[in-house]
Design a protein around this ligand. Structure first.
Ligand code: 13P
Ligand code: SF4
Length: 337
């Protein structure tokens, strides 16, 4: 059942406030393409009692114009557990949609593109975790949320980049150990080990976006843009994090900008982040290196609209896997920020 979507006067009026918000990062010539989709998505959300959870890496028209909640993986997981909507549309990648489904099994959770994966999630299986446990008996397994439900189900506790340090400290204390298994991001694990002094046994996974940044690149930004504040995501290699002024989750980087208001800033992370934050801080100069996440970029307004129209693709998880994965996620959510 096709709906005629055109940039009518009514659509222009209904979306003018949204355009005013994103005008700094979306050229006016593009708005007639986005606006009818935005208006129809927002109408369908009301009709279906749906919410859109938008990750910080979504493009600005998704992030600012159709998302009901935005944030890092941790904030979106908390929101998925809390929402009373009937339908969750995950504007993010597949592991995030799985986390939402695990936390809200009674809700319909949709992912606009089921192929929106993640190089970290693809790097490890549940069977790999069982082998790691056999090799290192008695050690706790801390698993990054960027993993499949199968992997979470084999884990003691999950973490995100926003709480990894605290979770590793807590679990090491609980297990009375100076060593934890922390999977699958070798760089996050090494960055946490450097911060906590706790030894980590890790996995050879990495984020295909963050592993491309180099320490030399950071030094070049400093030389080209004197006084620039460098914020890095902890999925970056340790030598990159060492060059940064601050390392933290996507939400922590946003928080840093809000608190310290640097005159010039560079965010060593996925491209869309700077666009989204620049909307909120017109007086800050954002240096914008661009490393795109091809998985995040599979999520588009067209895809979100199709998802809501057809109620696809629904995330389905084996209930026994889901129940075990939920224990690891809920243990993480019980830890205060
Ligand atoms: P955050 O939890 O920091 O949002 O990170 C998620 C992610 O996929 C980063 O690449
Ligand atoms: Fe995965 Fe990296 Fe993309 Fe985040 S940015 S979803 S970690 S590939």
């Amino acid at each position: 059942m096709g709906v005629e979507l055109a940039y009518t006067n009514a659509v222009a009026r209904a979306t003018s406030g949204l355009y005013a918000r994103v005008a700094r990062v979306i050229p006016q010539i593009e708005w007639p393409v986005h606006a009818p989709l935005i208006a129809e998505i927002n109408r369908l959300k009301r009709e279906k009692n749906a919410v859109i959870l938008g990750h910080n890496y979504m493009t600005p028209e998704i992030y600012h114009c159709v998302s009901d909640f935005t944030g890092d993986s941790l904030a979106l997981a908390r929101e998925a557990a809390r929402t009373d909507a009937d339908v969750i549309v995950q504007a993010g990648v597949h592991f995030m949609a799985e986390t939402s489904k695990i936390l809200s099994p009674e809700k319909t959770v949709l992912i606009p593109d089921a192929k929106a994966g993640c190089s970290l999630a693809a790097s490890i299986t549940g069977a790999d975790v069982r082998l790691l446990r056999q090799k290192h008996p008695g050690l706790p397994v801390v698993t990054y949320v960027n993993t499949s439900a199968d992997v979470k189900a084999e884990s003691d506790i999950c973490c995100t980049s926003g709480n990894a340090v605290r979770i590793v400290e807590i679990i090491a204390k609980e297990f009375r150990t100076d060593t934890v298994i922390m999977i699958p991001d070798q760089y996050l694990a090494r960055n946490v080990a450097a911060k906590t002094g706790i030894k980590v046994i890790t996995w050879a996974g990495s984020c295909e976006v963050h592993e491309r940044f180099t320490a030399a690149e950071i030094r070049a930004y400093r030389a080209q843009h004197p006084g620039v504040t460098v914020l890095a995501h902890p999925e970056c290699p340790p030598e990159v994090v060492a060059e940064a002024d601050f390392a933290g989750s996507t939400a922590a980087m946003v928080g840093y900008v809000g608190k310290h208001h640097p005159a010039r800033v560079v965010m060593i992370t996925e491209c869309s982040m700077s666009d989204n934050v620049a909307v909120e801080y017109p007086d800050i100069e954002f240096v914008r290196p661009c490393n795109l996440c091809p998985h995040m970029k599979r999520i588009t307004l067209d895809g979100i609209l199709h998802s809501l129209q057809t109620m696809t693709t629904e995330v389905v998880i084996d209930p026994s896997v889901s129940a075990r994965a939920r224990v690891a996620i809920e243990r993480m959510l019980a830890v205060k920020a």
